[in-house]
Write a protein that binds this ligand. Structure first.
Ligand code: PLP
Length: 390
């Protein structure tokens, strides 16, 4: 029996093979430093864990309201208002099992065969996967290093057609850390105001801007709420990846269908994690600011090393990634990553895993303690100096 013949046409394994190949190499090596995944090394704050544990003892072991516990949805609305100047009501929130589930819910709710979805390239690969699953067409919005991978309204306008249904705005970006400048956000709103296009505004890194940079939530602009699906979550800001908790905020008309699809996919987000999320939003916020300081310091250490090695990169505006250009090293970024892993035991993923249209970049995630980041920088330096010598 050839089981592969039975796989649906939706299954595309091209990107997986590089990640899998690297993970297979890594498993036979000792002392690998992994700067690959976007999973914070910092722990969830103790008061969040305590609160979740108490909730379990009190019986939080059942389904909740499909859109999420009412108290949590109220807290989310308050949070969105306080930090992002957004005005949502509790009926306009669907609590999801992570931002990931929010992405798939949104795409499945809106995309039919051949509908076009504009996705930044590089961008977060799950958008591509969700669009492929829905049978839609990915339209790449090609970004470049010269302007630090920022999205501009001018570039966006060039790729809009009469089949465009969604534009995915990931702000700040994974994998580049770029923040879409406030004046560009305004221009994008202006460009889209009379068009029948939905914006998915993925703001999962929005609590982590470096140097107090301003991040504008798309739906906070005049008349944009009705055409925006705001996606956010707890994984990145509160170091809660394993809890699988995030949310969608959207205008009343849209949220109805999103809630239906989400119910079909998940019934509801995990009850215990919803209680943890309440504690995250209502408790002290200093863990978020402390985490930001830590990421900023690691980012500076990494960028200093890249400067020393004359490797260019897009200036990261927030989050915890650096997107570095290795085209001067005489090999593709994919080969660079494989050789770096084999010879220096440093695991970093190439940008093509993030939908990049060129194989020149590495996405370095900064999610290891500072001493490991320093050691990773030494290993990177050794490797680059070696290949530049040969
Ligand atoms: N959106 C972006 C841009 C991400 O980078 C990620 C994860 O890396 C997610 C959404 C999904 O995160 P989670 O499902 O853990 O909330």
């Amino acid at each position: 029996m050839n089981i592969e013949l039975l796989f649906s046409k939706r299954i595309k394994s091209k990107d997986e093979s590089i990640r899998t190949k690297m993970l297979n190499i890594a498993k036979d090596l000792e002392d690998v430093i992994a700067l690959g995944r976007g999973d914070p090394d910092l722990d969830t704050a103790p008061h969040i864990i305590e609160s979740a544990s108490q909730a379990l003892k009190n019986g939080a072991t059942h389904y909740t309201h499909p859109q999420g516990i009412e108290e949590l949805r109220v807290n989310i609305c308050e949070h969105l208002h306080k930090f992002h100047k957004l005005n949502y009501e509790k009926e306009e929130i669907v609590v999801t099992a992570g931002g990931q589930c929010a992405i798939f819910t949104s795409i499945l709710a809106l995309i039919d065969k051949d509908d076009e979805v504009i996705i930044p390239s590089p961008g977060y690969g799950s958008y591509d996967q969700a669009v492929e699953m829905a049978g839609g067409k990915i339209v790449k919005l090609k970004l470049n290093e010269e302007n630090d991978f920022a999205i501009t309204a001018e570039d966006l306008e060039k790729v809009i057609t009469n089949k465009t249904k969604i534009f995915c705005l990931i702000n700040p970006s994974n994998p580049t850390g770029a923040i879409t400048p406030p004046d560009e956000i305004e221009k994008i709103a202006n460009l889209l105001k009379n068009k029948n296009i939905i914006v998915i505004s993925d703001e999962i890194y929005s609590r982590l801007p470096f140097d107090n940079q301003k991040i504008i939530s798309f739906a906070s602009l005049e008349n944009m709420k009705e055409k925006t699906i705001t996606i956010n979550g707890f994984s990145k800001a509160y170091s809660m990846t394993g809890w699988r908790i995030g949310y969608i905020a959207s205008d009343k008309k849209l949220i109805k269908i999103l809630a239906e699809i989400h119910h079909g996919l998940n019934i509801c987000a995990p009850a215990v994690s919803q209680h943890a999320a309440i504690a995250a939003l209502t408790g002290p916020q200093n863990n978020v600011s402390e985490a930001l300081k830590i990421y900023q310091k690691r980012k500076d250490i990494m960028c200093d090393t890249l400067d020393k090695l004359s490797l260019s990169y897009g200036k990261p505006g927030g989050g915890f990634y650096v997107y570095a250009n290795v085209s001067s090293c005489g090999m593709s970024a994919t080969n660079f990553c494989i050789e770096l892993l084999k010879s220096e035991k440093l695991m970093i993923f190439p940008g093509i895993l993030f939908g990049d249209y060129v194989d020149n970049y590495l996405r370095i995630s900064l999610l290891q303690p500072e001493n490991k980041i320093i050691e990773a920088c030494n290993r990177l330096e050794n490797f680059v100096n070696q290949i530049k010598k040969t």
